[in-house]
Design a protein around this ligand. Sequence first.
Ligand SMILES: [Zn+2]
Ligand SMILES: [Zn+2]
Length: 245
Amino acid sequence: MELIVLGSWGAFPKADDACSGYLLKAKGKNILLDCGPGVLSSLANHIKFEDLDAVVISHYHADHMSDIYSLQYASDIMIKIGKRKRPLKIYGHNEEEVFRTLEYRKACEAISVCHGTKTDIFGIFFDFYKTKHQKICYAMRIECEDKVLVYTGDTGWIDELATFANGTDLLICESSLFNHQKGLNEGHLTAGEAGKMAFKSGSGLLLLTHFPHVGNLDKLRQEAGNEFDKDKIMIARKGMHISFS
Ligand SMILES: [Zn+2]
Ligand SMILES: [Zn+2]
């Protein structure tokens, strides 16, 4: 199992970069976690669009899913020219109307997920947990080949999320705020809270992501490092590979 960071900015991307998007390579499949602005371009550095097997969307804020609509065109074109044989599977919750827009012609198939259910995506098992956010959002726990990966999506602090992430090998945790900004936005975590989440869940590694556009990212790492082992904290950067063996 391998994870490739395709983008890590919150809200909007920096030049030649992207918002939330992570390519999971496991069991010979390519699964995209979130598809924010810039992610499609970043994805093209790693695989051909026709080789993408599934997409899992945490929630319907644009910085997590706006590129899905271009991906639908890509999938449609690949089917028309015979490079893609089956529709692209797009997983997301169906509690908002946006869900219906995930379906596209014969190119994309929308499949709903919900809190507390286990979803088998090509033999890779996903569990979902509703987070604390301005829009309905699901954290995901991914289990494959004795390894566990948890991606928080967007969330404010909830104790139960640490339980959901229990024993994960890698925690991909949003870190939208510096510690002094605590309370500024209840739907996001401070870096200190991200560190605390990693500590409480007993995570093997912490990958900080979903970054603010002002301030020094090293400071986020330092603040998370007051709560969790500094040597096990990484700052997500476009193109970063993390392998599990
Ligand atoms: Zn976001
Ligand atoms: Zn959001």
